[in-house]
Design a protein around this ligand. Structure first.
Ligand code: SAJ
Length: 434
């Protein structure tokens, strides 16, 4: 467990900085969103301090390295460090802008856990000065930006915090601006995407907008903090519901004995139909998580959104059952599972349905599992002792009687039905059809 943010030593960082270059933007949390944001801001000329509770993350970044894999991020961070405009620290400095980009996971009973946002607010409070603007970017339940304001107000009675519903006022700005970038394209989308900026007051929104317009090429649209919080949750719920429709169709198509890929392709030729793609379930740390933020705040009315979550979760169970049936149909035969990541061409295994399916199969059929994942150097610990092993695509194809596509990585795309002749094939992504 990491130590909480160091709130006592804002001065430590000031010492590490050239006095002529005070920190302009402090980015709290150097994860998948915070680190690229800090580096992009530095590349646009801002003096940035990235803050993280992990000393090893801070050391890595200060050495010009990255602790996460994301396209173009390594170069961006090393250039930003070299330019002297990006530094990392475990201490929160005094800055003009604060961006909070910390995780907001789910609790065991699918409720949002905003404790890291609260602890970031507590860490900012001692350092924040009159005129600064605090912006929350973490995906958050509606009302969280106001909660950040309450925490700062509690710790800093000397400062007036803006009040929701008023037009202006307050010694600091307070706003919500959700991140909307796609893993795998984060650096590109940070600059290109439109941003929604919700202020506690319109004046707060305008102040936050000043920061984003300095590097965003998309439109920067302003609204209230509560609306912006809802927009983020709605975007990811929209996608979850639409993927659920495709996943449910794939199960119905199996029942009816029709090819779901053909059906979707042809239905999408209608000018007002645009069905997404079925898969083995929905993964990642956003789409499979964020709808719960809406469900937990409105449990009696968020019926469609809850059902979509259930349909998408069921698709992983259904996929596992179908693979077990194939194993039963080929006694003693081995199965090559292609892909463990949560989506194509990414080394991110968080909430991955492919990984979950493989782990469940490994518990009882490990000796018969060959796992092919070009983005993994070794198998996750959960496979230890199961007999499942990691292999190259060629090895997998050579040794397995059954081939299951769980992730449509580019590295698998040259596979054709001819190359799989004689094998039992289950293509959960329709890779060979599309
Ligand atoms: N998936 C399907 N079928 C599809 C599309 C996706 O099964 O047709 C699956 C993927 O395989 C994956 C999951 O859904 O398991 C999610 O992948 P994704 O590419 O749809 O989304 P994420 O989780 O990588 O990123 C999303 C994006 N949100 C939207 O597209 C509305 C991104 O813009 C957000 O910034 C991100 O969540 C986030 O951080 O919230």
């Amino acid at each position: 467990m990491n130590a909480p943010f160091d709130t006592s030593s804002a001065a430590k960082l000031a010492g590490a900085r050239d006095a002529d270059h005070p920190v302009q933007v402090a980015v709290i949390g150097l994860g998948y969103i915070g680190l690229p944001t800090a580096a992009v801001l530095a590349s646009y000329g801002w003096e940035v301090c990235g803050v993280d509770v992990s000393e090893s993350v801070v050391e890595t970044v200060n050495a010009g390295g990255v602790h996460i894999k994301e396209r173009d991020l390594d170069r961006l961070v090393s250039d930003a460090i070299e330019s002297g405009r990006l530094k990392a620290s475990t201490s929160v400095p005094t800055a003009q802008f604060y961006i909070i980009a910390v995780p907001t996971p789910l609790t065991h009973d699918n409720r949002p856990d905003i404790s890291l946002v609260e602890s970031a607010a507590r860490a900012i409070a001692p350092a924040v000065s009159k005129g600064a603007c605090v912006i929350l970017e973490s995906t958050s339940p509606v009302g969280t930006t106001e909660r950040v304001g309450h925490i700062i107000a509690e710790q800093r009675p000397d400062l007036t915090v803006p009040v929701l519903g008023e037009q202006s006022g307050g010694d600091i700005g307070l706003a919500y601006c959700p991140e909307r970038v796609l893993p795998g394209k984060i650096v590109h989308e940070l600059v290109k995407n439109d941003r929604v900026i919700g202020g506690i007051t319109p004046e707060c929104a305008a102040r936050a907008k000043g920061l984003y317009t300095s590097f965003v090429e998309g439109d920067c649209l302003t609204t209230t903090a509560r609306a912006a919080e809802a927009v983020k949750l709605v975007e990811n719920s929209f996608r979850d519901v639409n993927i659920a429709f495709a996943n449910e169709l794939s199960v119905i198509a199996d029942d009816l004995g029709v090819d779901v890929w053909d059906v979707i392709k042809l239905a999408n030729r209608h000018p007002r139909v645009n069905i997404l793609q079925p898969g083995p379930g929905v993964g990642g740390h956003c789409i499979a998580v964020d709808p719960w933020f809406l469900i937990s705040s409105s449990p009696d009315v968020a019926r469609l959104i809850r059902t979509a979550r259930e349909v998408n979760d069921f698709k992983a169970t259904y996929t596992e059952r179908r693979i077990r049936a194939l194993l039963d149909a080929a006694p003693g035969g081995k199965v090559a599972l292609l892909g463990l990541a949560f989506k194509p061409d990414i080394d991110d295994f968080r909430e991955s349905p492919a990984l979950e399916i493989a782990l469940k199969l490994a518990r009882t059929r490990g000796q018969r599992l060959i796992l092919v994942e070009p983005f993994a150097k070794k198998l996750p610990d959960g496979f230890a002792g199961t007999g499942a092993r990691l292999a190259s695509l060629d090895e997998g194809l050579e040794q397995a009687e059954i081939v299951v596509v769980l992730v449509d990585h580019t590295a698998f795309k040259h596979l054709t039905p001819e190359a799989l002749k004689g094998k039992l094939v289950f293509d959960t992504r329709g890779m060979m059809k599309r």
